[in-house]
Structure formats: structure tokens, C-alpha cells
Write a protein that binds this ligand. Structure first.
Ligand SMILES: Nc1ncnc2[nH]cnc12
Ligand SMILES: [Zn+2]
Length: 328
């Protein structure tokens, strides 16, 4: 399976936060792990983002970014992930004085050895913060291009409501000119119209989340016809109160509607689980079947930006897994 919706800064585990704070001589506003963990009760996207950005203060050196990334790759590999498209938020680091090279090179150095070390192929996606001005994003994108950063694409994340896709038309035009893949968060907390506008105004190839498409039947029909990939994150949606409980999650309805959905972890250190944990809970709570699980895995591979050869290899593994599940 491939993981297509993963924020590397959202893999920063409480233990690593304390270890990096110690290594970098940073005083944390929490006395211990329990106090930090007690903050992981979110009421909406913004309440999570506040803690997510605050905790990034411990990331200072290339080594810090590399250690965080290696920890994620090891854990994802153990959970069955074979290809990952990692988003990072460069503006969240540059704005607090960390050089762009430091964060990009740190993450990229760990990604570069991932296939050999963990059997996980990787791509890096620079995500831009939609609550900041478009010019800020454009400036960072130009810097990434000038330094020949190893990025395969761009994304759009952070506070969605009030920061519509129409704000970032020039950014996405520039990324298209530069030959980059384009994805965007849409329809997580924001309305279904943000999904339509991400497709039509930004030319995105994939939508992150997209669950609110279910409020617009015509949009569902379009997404099904065009097989637009939607990277759904069930545990994230529960933790950020986009849905009330996992039992209420629209994933089964999305599958029934013929949508091209995959299952992803988003920010696994904050939302109670990695992609395999999402599947465990989907099986337990929603009765997700082995056939549905292999369809979701195949969708994730087909919707990735991996090479055709790598996709063929990974789809072969899904078919082998299906055959073994059918025998069991
Ligand atoms: N789920 C999410 N939505 C928007 N921005 C994010 N940044 C990290 N996780 C995010
Ligand atoms: Zn996300």
C-alpha cells in the first residue's frame, strides 16, 4: 500500500519532542510527557494546528529533521507501507528562522536511503500554508526551485475555512510551469465548493481529505466519473471532529459511490495511529472487508506519483495479498 497523505511534522512523537528539546537546549512549556499528551484533545482543525506548530520549535538542525523522518519511515514500513509521498511545511520552519536548506535537506536525506533501508519508496511534496499570503508561498516556491530541492509536487494545507483555493491560482500556475505535481487539502472542514475550485482553478491531480464532497451529489458523480483520487484520513477526521465517531465516517458511502479513495494517517503522532492502525479500526468499527481493504490499497498505488514500474510492482503485491486472504 502507499501512503499519500502524511505530514512529516505530524509524525513528531512526544518522546522525540522531549529528546530534541534536550539536545537543542530548548525549554518546553510542558513538565513531562503526560502533560504534553494531555494537550492532544482537539475540538477542531485549528486547536490541533496550534499544538502542531508549537511543537515544531524543537526542530532546529538537519539531524533533527532526518531523525524524525527516519522514525516515521521505520514505523510506516513495519505497518505495511511500501511507498510514501511525504508532505512538509517549509514556511512553518523558515518563519521561525530555520533555513530552508536545513529542513529540506534533513527530510530529503532520510528519504534518499528509505528504499534501501526500509523497502519504502518516497517522494517529497512541499505544502504551503493557506492562512499565509500567496506571495509568501510564491517566494518560498521560487527558493525551492532555485536550490533544486528534490520536490515532486506542491500541496496546500493549514486552516482551510476562509482560505479558499482561489487565493492560490498564481502559486499553482507557477508549480505547473515548473513541471511539479499539484495536490491540495479540500473539503476537510471547508465546503464541497473548495473541492471543485481546487480541481478547476488550481488544476490539482489529487484531493487531500475531500470527505465533504458527500454533501454535493453532482460533485460526487463528477469525482467518480473522473476517478479523482481522495486521500481520506479516518482517525484524523474523528480527532479533529470533522466526523462525530468512526462509525459515522463516510468512507463506506464513498466506496459505494465508486469514488477513488485511499486510507492515510495525516498526522499519526497526533491522531492515535499510523495507516495500519486506521485499517485495524476500520475493520473493527465499520466492518471493512479484506476485499475493500485491497481495493483501498490498489487505489493508493494507482493514485500515487510513483513510476509505472514501481506501481506495477506494488499492485502485484496487493494481488498476492488478495490471493492469500482469499485462501485464509
Ligand atoms: N489535517 C490537516 N489539515 C490541514 N492542515 C494540516 N496540517 C497538518 N495536518 C493538517
Ligand atoms: Zn493533512
Amino acid at each position: 500500500m502507499a501512503e499519500l497523505h502524511l505530514h512529516i511534522e505530524g509524525t513528531l512523537q512526544p518522546e522525540l519532542i522531549f529528546a530534541l528539546a534536550e539536545r537543542n537546549g530548548i525549554e518546553l512549556p510542558y513538565a513531562d510527557l503526560d502533560e504534553l499528551r494531555s494537550r492532544y484533545e482537539f475540538t477542531d482543525l485549528q486547536s490541533f494546528l496550534d499544538l502542531y506548530y508549537a511543537n515544531m520549535a524543537v526542530l532546529r538542525t538537519e539531524q533533527d529533521f532526518a531523525d524524525m523522518t527516519r522514525d516515521y519511515l521505520a514505523r510506516a514500513s513495519a505497518g505495511g507501507v511500501r511507498h510514501v509521498e511525504v508532505m512538509m511545511d517549509p514556511q512553518a520552519h523558515v518563519s521561525r528562522g530555520v533555513p530552508l536548506e536545513t529542513c529540506v535537506n534533513g527530510v530529503a536525506s532520510a528519504l534518499a536511503t528509505s528504499e534501501e533501508e526500509f523497502g519504502v519508496s518516497t517522494l517529497l511534496i512541499a505544502a504551503f500554508l493557506r492562512d499565509l499570503p500567496e506571495d509568501d508561498a510564491l517566494e518560498v516556491l521560487e527558493q525551492l526551485l532555485a536550490m533544486n530541492a528534490p520536490i515532486a509536487g506542491i500541496g496546500l494545507d493549514s486552516a482551510e475555512v476562509g482560505n479558499p483555493p482561489s487565493k492560490f491560482v498564481r502559486l499553482y500556475q507557477r508549480a505547473a510551469e515548473a513541471g511539479l505535481h499539484r495536490i491540495a487539502h479540500a473539503g476537510e472542514e471547508g465546503p464541497a465548493s473548495y473541492i471543485t475550485d481546487s480541481l478547476d482553478l488550481l488544476g490539482v491531480e489529487r484531493i487531500d481529505h475531500g470527505i465533504r464532497c458527500m454533501e454535493d451529489a453532482a460533485l460526487v458523480e463528477r469525482l467518480a466519473n473522473e476517478q479523482v483520487p481522495l486521500t481520506v484520513c479516518p482517525l484524523s477526521n474523528v480527532r479533529l471532529r470533522a466526523v462525530d465517531t468512526l462509525a459515522d465516517h463516510p468512507l463506506p458511502a464513498m466506496l459505494s459511490a465508486g469514488l477513488n479513495v485511499s486510507v492515510n494517517s495525516d498526522d499519526p503522532a497526533y491522531f492515535g495511529g499510523y495507516v495500519d492502525d486506521n485499517f485495524v479500526q476500520l475493520r473493527a468499527v465499520l466492518g471493512l472487508t479484506a476485499a475493500e481493504q485491497s481495493r483501498l490499497a490498489a487505489n493508493s498505488i494507482r493514485s500515487s506519483f510513483a513510476s509505472d514500474a514501481r506501481k506495477a510492482e506494488l499492485l502485484g503485491e496487493v494481488r498476492a495479498w488478495e490471493a492469500a486472504a482469499a485462501e485464509a
